[in-house]
Design a protein around this ligand. Structure first.
Ligand code: GDP
Ligand code: MG
Length: 166
């Protein structure tokens, strides 16, 4: 099994850290070369059964220009072509306007979206369920998976869950 997974999320939510964590576990190739005008491969994860190509998806940010609109539309068409989208948010910081904007954009694609609540090492455990409920109002997420990209907590669960979508 193999497939493409796009990663979206506002700056500093931990996208690079998550990739490093995944790549640190088992990685075949890592490249920063642009693959198309709108994507770059961040890493390819392989295990015995599967290969997952992770794509960094820039451009899905709030912008106020024609160029911004164009970038958003190309980013959105990418999201329509992958097997799954990982939407990373900073669980410790809580929901912000940037998250809401991205979630709104994701409502326009049919691809399953997995919400990744990152930085749970900084979160009070009892805050997790209310946070999940809050995010569920934004989008019908295929899965919601809390992780700590920095410490690697629950990252294996995320990789396991992704297999379903390949
Ligand atoms: P990106 O902009 O989305 O790629 O975010 P980065 O991966 O560069 O991370 C931004 C900051 O958040 C860095 O200082 C990371 O060390 C920190 N960070 C990322 N993941 C975690 C996490 O799970 N827990 C904590 N405590 N910090 C994290
Ligand atoms: Mg980054």
């Amino acid at each position: 099994k193999s497939g493409f997974v796009a990663i979206v999320g506002r700056p500093n939510v931990g996208k690079s850290t998550l990739m490093n964590q995944v790549i640190g576990q088992k990685i075949a190739i890592m490249s920063d070369k642009p693959q198309t005008t709108r994507n770059k491969i961040h890493g390819v994860y392989t295990n015995n059964e599967s290969q997952i190509v992770f794509l960094d998806t820039p451009g899905i940010h709030k912008r106020q220009s024609k160029l911004g609109d164009y970038m958003n539309s190309t980013a959105l068409s990418t999201l329509g072509e992958v097997e799954a989208v990982l939407f990373l948010v900073d669980a410790a910081e809580g929901m912000g306007g940037g998250d809401r904007y991205i979630a709104e954009q994701l409502n326009n694609v049919k691809t399953p979206v997995i919400l990744v609540l990152n930085k749970i090492d900084k979160l009070e455990p009892e805050a997790l369920l209310p946070l999940m409920a809050e995010y569920r109002k934004l989008h019908d997420f295929a899965e919601i998976i809390p992780v700590s990209a920095k410490f690697g907590s629950n990252v294996n669960t995320l990789l396991d869950q992704l297999q379903k979508y390949l």
